[in-house]
Design a protein around this ligand. Structure first.
Ligand SMILES: Nc1ncnc2c1ncn2[C@@H]1O[C@H](COP(=O)(O)OP(=O)(O)OP(=O)(O)O)[C@@H](O)[C@H]1O
Ligand SMILES: [Mg+2]
Length: 1081
């Protein structure tokens, strides 16, 4: 083997055993157990030699991927775990490479997965065969024929949601290269009774539901249909919708498939029209109408459906209507017309519907064949795929089951024949001695059914053709006489008395002991179904239809071709086609797929042992294994055998140089396997017992483990060594690097230490030199200084005679003079104004002139003031003197003072001499009036004020009435001792009279005036101006005593709120206290 290729075997990783032939011990129980074990592990395929058993998983398994296809492609059958692809590959390769026509026979009961298996085979072959545009088109057409046929030929049954209701055999044709050229499909016995009636829980054919759910509104309108299933009698309602089936999507798939297969648009339309017509036909109902002869004649009840159906098919309504009421019987050139009663009319209607549909189906198959027909005339290789209904045992078995089971019986026969033949041929080919194998041959049952003279089918035909009254019962009678002796026929009335008391066998039935079990058939309906009668009037009516398909479907309706001979019966036709099929199969190399249904619930993961056991029995699988094991259980070509076991012997391991056969011989001898356990064929080694094989396998497993240990040991040693070497190498590298690093580090340390030492020494040396240099420099400086002084002294001594002794003083004085001169001149230029209030003064130029400068300023100011004063007149001087006196007396002592500063002291405010009102008063006062004003005299009793005229002369003070001018009091100034005022802003003042004076008798005066300052000042001044007169004191205090007649009253000034405007108010508090409240400013 040049290329590294992993050789595998079926024997690797087996779950249970992959090939039943190797089952040890072989019994029905172990067989089922093995199937179950594998099924539980999702291994749905198991072999019996080259036969594939397929369990229906009822769920999609990931074992059909393109990867799987690649895996199984071009591999030997036993090389990989069992798979349908292995069988397909084997079949395809021997067809392509060995030029052997193949057939793939798929059997099993309804729902076991036959159709799926056939599709898997087809898709595998399509995937592995040649490619190219033309080839791909052919493949696509072949594959797409499936959905079309399934839509029209499959239906939901209680056993299978997609049950094929027809048998199908498809020949796929290939050219010499193995590229597909085309195909031929044969169909067998469509279950047409389903069109008019379906058992409970089942549906009519898919196409009806698909059309109603999937067609567009427009299409439905054209077909005169309504979407509602319940509108149609032929569609059973209870199971119209099927879980997991999308009718409308499938309709699109079917339309698409038809297009791919090559149906023209108008053909599709015609087909759908026929489907619609069948539905309409089911809705036609009949009613009885009495006739004169006393018989009932049927009439169409509601003609609407009839009308629409006729429109759809282009039939004349009258013709069809008549065909439902009358029947023409033609005998010996005579035409007799009889009426149909209602029951007969219904029978006719249903017969028409069934015929219409089954003929449509056959037409479809032919039409597809036309499309997929191989285009070349060259010799072709053929692969046939047979997907035929399996053996059926119902509670009520009728003609259909009889026919189906007959077919299965035939298939079983050829299965036995071919398996045995193949086995035999292999022994001969390999030169092994042939040992006879016992097995059950079912040819005897086939004979019971199909024998030309006394077979059941022949007798049925005979009975159908026999003139006179023939019924199902007469047929049974006939069977009872003819077949009574047959070992596989059982009937209550047969001559053989052993069934007389068998109550499980009713009277109107017969029982056949098929190879797969006993089946009880009810004879009722056998005749009818075999006859498959369609009244000639109906077929003629159909032929007349103006519709492209109808003429083709009902050729016997053509009146010009009236054939009085009865058409062949259904049984006859079927027997003939089965015969053809068998002959066809016998020429081919068979490949078997036996499908098994694991449970009745269509459910995944459930394995019902009883059910499987039954199928295993009737499929004869155990027998199959026995036949296969009868001689040698296991056989294998020498090369793979040697390849697989060569490690068990020293001579053959690891290489055997020489023929493989010799190697195997050496090997077996070395292993000491008994000679009777094996035989050498020409190319294969044959092993008699599976146990031997398993022993070999066991030893091989052990040896593999040892070898694995050896490999492991060597590998581990190698691994450790390489690891060690790597570690060592690494260690050296690490050490080298580390040493380098350490050296580097030490060098750097030494280097830096050297630098430190060096720098210390250098520093010390430098400092020493620096010290020396500094000393030298100082010496140099000292020398220079000494020299300078010395030279200075020398020079001064020499030059002293050239200088005047006091030149410096003179220069100083001169400079000072110049400075002073300039100062005064500048001052003159910048003199301030003469106004005494001008505070400005030029800035001082030199600091040393500070005192002089300030003194000059003071002098200048005094001088300026003097100048200013000298301008005053005498009168003005007096006024200023008065003001000055007021200032001296009151400034900062009485709050009223500041307001008086700006007021000129006018003196005479009343102008008495001019005022005629006071003429008298004026004449009374002789002296010059210094001051005249109105004041308020405070009433002693209540503190209220009364206005008085206040006149001051040089010698006295006069108070007069304001209105009359009459003098109230005249007080000489000498009598006034003092004046008391408050410190606040009020205008109250008390005139205190000297005790013992004449005026004092009346008591002191308490007056108030706004011009208090002027009054008091003038009073004080007047008193002072006269020589020899005592001064009038001015007391400023906030609390003073006033003498009122006898009492002394205290006048107290209190600050008060700003009440009654701004003026102070006086109040008598008690007879000792007079309170003046002064508003705060
Ligand atoms: N290999 C498979 N993988 C997944 N599901 C499968 C497989 N085989 C069969 N089935 C399921 O089982 C159902 C029935 O299979 P199928 O229609 O092939 O049965 P059949 O043997 O043809 O029955 P009938 O005789 O009624 O036609 C399929 O619709 C599918 O759901
Ligand atoms: Mg099927």
């Amino acid at each position: 083997m040049s290329k590294m290729e992993v050789k595998t075997s079926l024997l690797d990783n087996m779950i249970g055993v992959g090939d039943m032939v190797l089952l040890e011990p072989l019994s029905e129980d172990s067989f089922i157990e093995n199937l179950k074990k594998r099924f539980d592990h999702n291994e749905i395929y198991t072999y019996i030699g080259s036969v594939v058993i397929s369990m229906n998983p009822y769920r999609s398994l990931p074992i059909y991927t393109p990867d799987k296809v690649e895996e199984y492609r071009n591999r030997n059958f036993y090389e990989l775990s069992p798979h349908i692809y292995a069988l397909a590959d084997e079949a395809y390769r021997s067809l392509r490479d060995q030029d052997k026509d193949q057939c793939i026979l798929i059997t099993g009961e309804s729902g076991a997965g036959k159709t799926e298996a056939s599709k898997l085979v087809m898709s595998y072959v399509a995937a592995v065969c040649g490619k190219g545009q033309e080839v791909n088109k052919v493949k696509e057409q072949l594959l797409q024929s499936n959905p079309v046929l399934e839509a029209f030929g499959n239906a939901k049954t209680v056993r299978n949601d997609n049950s094929s209701r027809f048998g199908k055999y498809m020949d796929i044709e290939f050219d010499f290269k193995g590229d597909p050229l085309g195909g031929v499909i044969s169909n067998y016995l469509l279950e047409k009774s389903r069109v008019v009636k379906q058992p409970r829980g089942e549906r009519n054919f898919h196409i009806f539901y698909q059309l109603l759910s999937g067609a567009s509104e427009d299409t439905l309108r054209k077909l005169k249909l309504e979407r509602d299933f319940s509108k149609y009698n032929y569609l059973s309602l209870d199971s119209a919708a099927v879980n997991g089936l999308d009718d409308s999507a499938n309709f699109r798939t079917v339309r698409n498939a038809m297009q791919i297969v090559g149906f023209m648009e108008d053909e599709v339309q015609s087909v759908l029209e026929l489907v619609a017509a069948v539905l309409k036909l089911g809705n036609i109902e009949f009613k009885p109408e009495s006739r004169v002869n006393g018989l009932d004649e049927s009439r169409v009840k509601d003609k609407n459906d009839l009308k629409e159906m006729c429109e759809l098919l282009g039939i004349e309504q009258g013709v069809l209507e008549r065909a439902f009421s009358f029947r023409t019987v033609e005998a010996k050139q005579e035409k007799v017309s009889t009426t149909l009663n209602v029951a007969q009319a219904y029978y006719a209607r249903d017969a028409l519907a069934k015929n219409l549909y089954s003929r449509l189906f056959s037409w479809l198959v032919n039409r597809i064949n036309e499309s997929i027909k191989a285009q070349t005339k060259t010799r072709k290789k053929v692969m046939g795929v047979l997907d035929i209904y399996g053996f059926e045992i119902f509670e009520d078995n009728s003609f259909e089951q009889f026919i189906i089971n007959y077919c299965n019986e035939k298939l079983q026969q050829i299965f036995i024949e071919l398996t045995l033949r193949e086995e035999q041929e292999e022994y001969i080919r390999e030169g092994i001695e042939w040992t006879h194998i016992e097995y059950f041959n079912n040819a005897v049952i086939c004979d019971l059914i199909e024998n030309n003279t006394n077979g059941i089918l022949a007798m049925l035909d005979e009975e159908c053709l026999r003139p006179g009254t023939v019924t199902d019962d007469t047929f049974l009678d006939k069977l009872n006489t003819v077949c009574a002796e047959h070992p596989h026929f059982e009937s209550r009335l047969s001559k053989s008395s052993k069934f007389l008391n068998d109550h499980s066998l009713p009277h109107c039935c017969f029982r056949i002991q098929h190879y797969a079990g006993k089946v009880l058939y009810r004879v009722e309906g056998f005749m009818d179904k075999n006859n498959d009668l369609l009244y000639r009037d109906l077929s003629q009516a159909m032929w007349k239809a103006n519709h492209s398909l109808m003429k083709v479907l009902f050729p016997e309706g053509n009146p010009s071709k009236v054939n009085l001979k009865r058409p062949p019966t259904a049984g006859f036709q079927f027997r003939a086609s089965v015969g053809t099929l068998m002959r066809n199969l016998q020429t081919k190399n068979p490949n078997y797929i036996r499908c098994i249904k694991p449970n009745d619930k269509k459910a995944a993961h459930i394995f019902t042992e009883a059910l499987v056991c039954h199928q295993v029995r009737y499929l004869g699988l155990m027998e199959n294994v026995r036949v296969r094991r009868a001689g040698y259980a296991f056989r294998q070509p020498y090369e793979p055998c040697l390849e697989r076991y060569k490690m068990l012997c020293k001579q053959t391991w690891p290489h055997w140089r020489g023929p493989a056969r010799d190697g195997v011989e050496v090997l077996l001898k070395d292993l000491q396997i008994p000679v009777e356990e094996y035989s050498y064929g020409r190319s294969k080694i044959f092993i008699r017992n599976p146990r031997t094989l398993f022993t070999l396998e066991e030893v091989r497993k052990q040896r593999l483990q040892d070898l694995a240990t050896l490999i492991q040991k060597i590998y581990r040693g190698w691994k450790c060594r390489t690891h060690f070497l790597l570690m060592k190498k690494s260690q050296v590298t690490v050490a080298a690097w580390y040493r380098r690093y350490a050296q580097q580090k030490r060098y750097q340390q030494v280097k830096s230490s050297a630098i430190v030492v060096q720098s210390f020494i250098r520093g010390w040396r430098a400092r020493k030199i620096l010290r020396e240099l500094k000393y030298q420099k100082r010496c140099k400086e000292a020398v220079t200084t000494i020299a300078a002084f010395w030279h200075g002294t020398q020079v001064r001594r020499e030059y002293r005679k050239f200088f005047r002794a006091n030149a410096g003083r003179k220069i100083y004085e001169f400079t000072m003079q110049r400075i002073m001169q300039k100062y005064f001149l500048d001052l003159k230029k910048t003199m301030p104004s003469m106004s005494p209030i001008d505070k400005s003064w030029p800035a001082r130029p030199y600091l040393f002139l500070e005192d002089t400068h300030e003194e000059l300023r003071r002098i200048f100011h005094l001088w300026r003031c003097k100048k200013y004063r000298s301008q005053f007149t005498e009168q003005k001087k007096a006024i200023f003197e008065e003001k000055l006196e007021a200032s001296e007396m009151f400034k900062d002592r009485k709050a009223l003072y500041p307001s008086s500063v700006s007021q000129p002291f006018k003196g005479d405010y009343l102008e008495i001499s001019k005022n005629p009102k006071y003429q008298k008063l004026g004449s009374l006062v002789e002296e010059k009036i210094i001051l005249a004003d109105t004041v308020n005299k405070v009433n002693r009793a209540n503190g209220k004020g009364a206005p008085r005229l206040f006149l001051l002369t040089k010698n006295s003070l006069i108070l007069a009435d304001q209105k009359s001018g009459q003098i109230k009091s005249n007080v000489p100034l000498d009598d006034i001792g003092s004046v008391s005022v408050s410190s606040q802003s009020d205008g109250f003042f008390a005139l205190r009279l000297k005790e013992g004076s004449a005026a004092a008798a009346k008591g002191d005066f308490l007056l108030s005036s706004e011009r208090l300052i002027e009054i008091v000042t003038k009073l004080h001044r007047t008193a002072a101006s006269t020589a020899g007169r005592s001064q009038i004191r001015v007391d400023i205090t906030d609390e003073f005593l006033v003498q009122f007649k006898q009492d002394k009253v205290c006048v107290k000034f209190v600050p008060g709120g700003p009440r009654n405007g701004n003026s102070a108010t006086c109040k008598r508090k008690n007879n000792r206290l007079l309170e003046v409240s002064v508003p705060s400013p």
